[in-house]
Design a protein around this ligand. Sequence first.
Ligand code: MEV
Length: 313
Amino acid sequence: MGTGSGKGKAILFGEHFVVYGYPALAAGISSVTTAKLTRVRSFGHTLVDNRPAMPDYKKTKYEEQKASLENILKHLNIDTTKMGFQIDLEGDLVCASGIGASAASCVAIVRALNDEFKLGLNDEQVNEAAYEGEKGYHGTPSGLDNTASTYGGLVWFERDLSGGPPKFERLNLKKAIHLVIASTGITASTKTVVGAVKIKKEADPKWWDDISEKYNLLVHEGKNALIQLDLQKVGELMNRNHQLLQELTVSCEELDNLVKVARANGAIGAKMTGTGRGGNMIALAPDESTAKKIAASLEKAKAAGVWITSFGL
Ligand code: MEV
């Protein structure tokens, strides 16, 4: 039996802008997806998905998940016409848009295949194969999600637009930072939302250049503020990043409402995270007890799921 796991993630800065080569900062969270591969007597492969998930998540992603697995098998040269296996997905990562669930499952599956078939892949190669899997979910993934899922920790990431390997750096902070994650319960299609941003960008290149330049300044300030543990500044920049994402039209009423509730209940800053138009938001908390207070307020505001986590160490 082969096993593997991949971490969930929260994008602190940079969803959508990262697709076009701007840097992003993402934090691996402690929740994981696990994959268990068992050989069977019949030929072919089956995927049994037992992950906890938001309603509709699995149904919405079903076809993309199938395409993703085929991409991974092709990339790793695994032919199931003459042998067979079953992959069981489990773990404590609750599948919702924005938490890196697709990337975590790709990484877990690649690691389980690596384990069972003794492929000898190192993390870099696991990450490459998971990236191929991510292409099944949307045609032009930046690679940020699979990188955060493979390595965990706090990752500064830049996509190479000419197709070369991405540049990334792991940042270690002197202290863990508390984060509250809340879900709208709405499953978004990354392919659709990334496509909508592309249409807007192509329709108005001047608007795109202005907004992405504002973002570029912001993410560099964000990196410095995080390293200096200047949480007030990080929070202010998260709020500004949320505003830019609203201008990209990737936020929505449900996300904006959860962001507002978090800010009114002690969050230093809050923003949507990941694809948007549903999915999750994140709130930066000054300490653990405030994180609990923010989480309680988000539950009261009918968030579909609320999690407290930390990152940086
Ligand atoms: C999705 O988690 C993040 C996006 O920026 C897409 C990507 O990076 O591939 C929206």
